[in-house]
Write a protein that binds this ligand. Structure first.
Ligand code: BEZ
Length: 402
């Protein structure tokens, strides 16, 4: 899609600027206080889950984003922010309707969403059709920065391939030659499984069994019994949010924890350790963040987040924060005039985000190029024990952006 076809919120911005010019003419007779014009507020649409198994993820992303705005005195690119919010319930069937509420009804300048890969696919269709500037703060569906990439769509999180691909090699290094994989039956689970299969078999392992539960079900018992009977060397999985906490608890209750080591992408143990750290001790995962990352940047972020929200941040909070940093980079380059879409996109494409996860840049397809860490649960922390893959870029298969 040509960038020139995109909707331009420039009108609102210019209206405010014109009002400013009028005020400037009257400045000689007005007190200084009144002569300063304010540009229109930037309308930011949040399409996130605030109920269901991913509710906590939606809240953490929102908090992270708000922290960036707070750190900039309530403004981005010189403009105050007005939020428009929709609870997408992690329901793909409602995705186009929910995205349209924000884009067509609320006329947001920027659309930020969402968590669930299936919902993001419906949302991104609206983003492509309308040209609204869109930032994905979690959902990993590979196609969003692959075959369905678009000039106005950026992602600050990961593709489903990135955090899972490196764990297979780690497992083979630990001596595991066979594995079973268990996950939810939807895009994020299926793409994580494909990434696992690729990494594990490339390292010399063999996947014995692939097991699925419908999303967002958490009835794992029958499949855990099946795993016990197959007796693989290890199990790998994709679960996140409330479902991950339940899976960890059930895996231990089934007596598997000490018999068949459990691995996964780090969503398994992120944001859940306050609740279930006892059953997660020693589990190794791979992810683009670790709360135990010992860098001054991460420590400063964690202190600020804990002070603002009275809770500890997790990977989702970091992704929300980085969404704010990326948006700030785009808006600052055009002094808040989001109608100058070419300028916003150019600045976002070339941004180097100083993230708590470590600095990252954008790939050609608008997806982070970043280090993937190896982490181990120690107490209530995902302690970083190494880098599982340096500067990992998603292949961006099928993306036609220049
Ligand atoms: C996804 O649906 O893409 C997703 C959800 C939660 C964590 C990671 C990925």
């Amino acid at each position: 899609m040509a960038v020139g076809n995109m909707r331009t919120p420039r009108r609102d911005f210019l209206k405010a600027a014109a009002a400013g010019a009028g005020l400037a003419a009257a400045a000689s007779v007005l007190p200084t206080r009144l002569a300063t014009a304010q540009p229109a507020k930037l309308r930011v649409g949040l399409m996130l889950p605030y109920t269901g198994t991913y509710a906590q993820l939606g809240v953490a992303i929102t908090n992270g984003l708000k922290l960036v705005i707070q750190e900039r005195g309530g403004r981005l690119g010189g403009r105050e922010i007005e939020f428009y919010t929709v609870d997408d319930e992690s329901n793909p069937a409602k995705a186009p309707e929910n995205a349209n509420k924000l884009v067509q009804r609320d006329k947001v300048d920027v659309l930020i969403g969402t968590v669930h890969s299936g919902v993001a696919m419906g949302m991104a269709k609206v983003a492509r059709e309308t040209g609204v500037l869109t930032i994905i703060p979690n959902a990993g569906a590979d196609a969003l920065t692959g075959a369905l990439c678009a000039p106005n769509v950026f992602r600050t999180s990961f593709s489903n391939w990135q955090p899972t691909y490196p764990i297979g090699k780690v497992m083979v290094e630990r001596g595991h030659r066979t594995a079973a994989y268990i996950t939810w039956k939807y895009a994020a689970g299926e793409e994580s499984l494909a990434a696992f299969r690729e990494g594990f078999t490339k390292a010399g392992g063999k996947v014995l069994k692939e097991l699925f539960v419908p999303f967002p079900n958490v009835e794992f018992q029958a499949l855990l019994t099946e795993i016990a009977s197959i007796r693989p060397d290890a199990v790998a999985c994709f679960f996140a949010g409330g479902g991950a906490a339940k899976f960890l608890t059930d895996y231990a209750a089934a007596g598997l924890r000490d018999k068949i080591p459990l691995y996964g992408s780090g969503f398994l143990t992120d944001g859940v350790l306050e609740a279930v750290s006892g059953v997660a001790q020693g589990i190794e995962t791979t992810l683009h963040y670790g709360d135990g990352l010992e860098t001054p940047r991460n420590q400063q972020f964690r202190l600020a987040y804990a002070k603002a929200f009275k809770q500890q941040p997790d990977v989702y909070a970091v992704q929300g924060y980085d969404t704010g940093l990326l948006l700030a980079a785009g808006l600052e380059a055009v002094k808040g005039d989001v109608g100058s879409m070419q300028g916003v996109i150019k600045a976002m494409e070339s941004a180097r985000i100083d993230s708590p996860r470590g600095p990252f840049t954008m790939s050609r397809a608008h997806n982070p190029v970043m280090d993937i860490y190896l982490r181990k649960v120690v107490g209530k922390e995902n302690r970083v024990t190494g880098i599982a893959h340096k500067a990992l870029a998603d292949p961006g298969r099928g993306c036609k952006l220049a």
